[in-house]
Design a protein around this ligand. Structure first.
Ligand code: FAD
Length: 279
C-alpha cells in the first residue's frame, strides 16, 4: 500500500541509528506490516535492513539472531544435533500465517516488535529463555528478558527511538526437551493458542510458556513436574484481562484450550513418550 504521508526514507542510516529520532519516524524492517495498512502518523522510514546485521550467529553460548534476520533465513537454519529444541525453531516459523512473500521479507525483530499475541517469534524466544539487546537513541543499550518485552496486544517496553538489535538464545535452553501445542480455527489460520513446554534433560523441571491466547506471554517455572491440579490452578490464576479476545477465540475458549494443552504437555514430558497428537 502507498504510504502517502511518508516524505522521506533513510536508506543508509548510521551504524548506530536513532540519534536524530523524531516524531513521525518508524524503523523499517521487512515492511510486511508497515506497508499493509494506513500509517497516517508516519513521516519518515529508517531502513534497518541496510545495516547488514549478521542474521544468525551460532556458538557454544547459544544462538544470536540479528533483529533483521528474515523468517525465511531462520527457517533454513540447521541447528547442531545436541540442540534438542532446534526443531521448535522451524515449528515456530511455520506458525506464522503468511504468504511466501511475507515469509521472505518479514523479520524476527519486526515480529517481536509488532508484539501481537500470535507473534510466533515471541512464543519461540520466550520459551527458549532469550534475552533481547535494545539500543537507545542516546547510544546506550540494555539487555532485557524476552518475557518482559511484550506488555499487551501490540504493546511493548520500547521507548521512542529504541531498537531491538539482537536476540540471544542460551545454549542450555536449546539443549532442553520441548513439547508444543498450537490450535488454529482454520488450517492456515492465526494461532488461537500456542504453548511450549521445555524440560532440562535428566531433570523433571518444567518451563511452560503460554502465548496467543493471552495478550502477553505468560511463563510458569516449576523445579519439579507439577501435578495436574497444580498446573491447572496456575493457569486459572492468570488474571481475566490477560486473556485475549478476537475472531480466533473468546477468552473462555482460550482458557479452556490452554488448560487442556498444558495437561497434554505435562503428561508428554512426564512420560517421555510422545504418544500425544502434536499439531
Ligand atoms: C498476510 C499477513 C499475515 C501476517 N501474519 C502474522 C502472524 O501470523 N503473526 C504475527 O505476529 N504477525 C503477522 N503479520 C504481521 C507482520 O507482518 C509480522 O508481525 C511481521 O513479522 C512483521 O515483521 P516485519 O519485519 O515485516 O516488520 P515491519 O512491518 O517492518 O515493522 C513492524 C513494526 O515493528 C517495528 N520494528 C521492526 N523492526 C524493529 C526493530 N528491530 N526494532 C524496533 N522496532 C522495529 C516497525 O517500526 C513497525 O512498527 C502478518 C502480516 C500480513 C500482511
Amino acid at each position: 500500500m502507498d504510504l502517502n504521508t511518508v516524505t522521506e526514507v533513510i536508506r543508509r542510516p548510521s551504524a548506530r541509528p536513532g540519534m536524530d529520532w523524531r516524531e513521525g519516524d518508524a524503523w523499517l524492517a521487512g515492511g510486511t506490516w508497515l506497508y499493509s495498512t494506513d500509517q497516517p502518523g508516519l513521516r519518515r522510514l529508517i531502513d534497518l535492513t541496510t545495516l547488514r546485521w549478521d542474521p544468525l550467529v551460532p556458538s557454544d553460548a547459544g544462538l544470536g539472531i540479528g533483529a533483521t534476520c528474515t523468517i525465511h533465513d531462520l527457517y533454513a537454519f540447521a541447528p547442531p544435533h545436541d540442540w534438542n529444541a532446534g526443531a521448535l525453531v522451524a515449528k515456530s516459523c511455520e506458525a506464522f500465517l503468511s504468504s511466501f512473500k511475507v515469509w521472505n521479507s518479514a523479520t524476527v525483530g519486526g515480529n517481536i516488535c509488532m508484539s501481537l499475541p500470535a507473534g510466533p517469534m515471541i512464543t519461540l524466544t520466550v520459551a527458549l529463555e532469550a534475552a533481547y539487546e535494545l539500543w537507545a537513541p542516546d547510544g546506550s543499550s540494555r539487555i532485557v528478558d524476552a518475557l518482559d518485552f511484550v506488555t499487551g496486544d501490540n504493546r511493548n517496553i520500547l521507548a521512542p527511538g529504541e531498537i531491538l538489535r539482537r536476540i540471544d538464545i542460551p545454549a542450555r535452553a536449546l539443549r532442553k526437551r520441548t513439547v508444543h501445542r498450537r490450535f488454529t480455527l482454520t488450517r492456515l489460520g492465526r494461532s488461537t493458542v500456542f504453548l511450549i513446554g521445555t524440560q532440562t534433560p535428566g531433570t523433571s523441571d518444567l518451563l511452560l510458556t503460554v502465548t496467543a491466547g493471552t495478550t502477553r506471554p505468560v511463563r510458569f517455572a516449576f523445579d519439579a513436574m507439577p501435578d495436574a491440579r497444580t498446573l491447572r490452578e496456575s493457569i486459572e490464576a492468570i488474571p481475566a484481562p490477560v486473556w485475549f479476545a478476537d475472531p480466533n477465540g473468546t477468552p473462555d475458549h482460550r482458557r479452556h484450550l490452554t488448560k487442556h494443552f498444558a495437561e497434554e504437555i505435562r503428561r508428554e514430558l512426564t512420560d517421555g513418550d510422545p504418544t500425544w497428537h502434536t499439531s
